[in-house]
Ligand binder design. Sequence first.
Ligand code: ZN
Length: 246
Amino acid sequence: MTFKTKGLVIREQKVSDGDCVITLLTEDRGVIRVWTKGIFSPKSRNSGARLFCYSEFALYKSRERYSLNSADLLEGFFALRRDISVVALCSYMSQVAYSLLDENAETAEILPLVLNCFHLAAGGKKPLRLIKACFEMRLASILGFTPLLDACEKCGSADFAPEGVSWLDVQSGVLRCDACREAASVPLSPAVLQAVRHIVSAEAGRLFSFSLGEENLLLLEQVTEKYLLTQCGRGFPALDFYKGLE
Ligand SMILES: [Zn+2]
């Protein structure tokens, strides 16, 4: 059976001379692995099947195995390859996607999220910390781990005076005030709480439309990273590599 789908190449694994298995984050088929031949050849007409390319794929499925017929490039994100930090961030987002999602995953919201992150990271106009934070918290939310952020889960207070600091319990995904906080909590400044609320509730088109000072951005990134990793119960080598570059 031959069919077409749009997708982003999030992994390349060479299996033998000229053969390569690519992993696609698709618009309508979840995350799938596709057997390809000769995509590394300079003469290949399927350059759209290379890592970090967003393409329209014609695929063939036989005995549960997908093979590549053709890949028409839609967006190559070539600018992102200029900066090792951007490559590392995109590798991390890719690794999260192929580690957490399978062929049956609902990717209709996730593919645009990852494409937007790639686009912004390649464009160099938004801080990588902000892009990473949006990816982590929004993905957690799409996967069903939206934190409850209205008020302290224990006493109901939404007034975090005098300092304004609240605490996110990264295990149970609830907010607590200073008096009610428990061990697995990370602190949120008022600006970071507002940013996290924005990330989980904004329309997709407005997701990245906010800014924070450097200190709050650092705090936001720590919160979203810890939250995603705790909620999915694992770490990612590509994240360790990205952080090693800082
Ligand atoms: Zn409380």
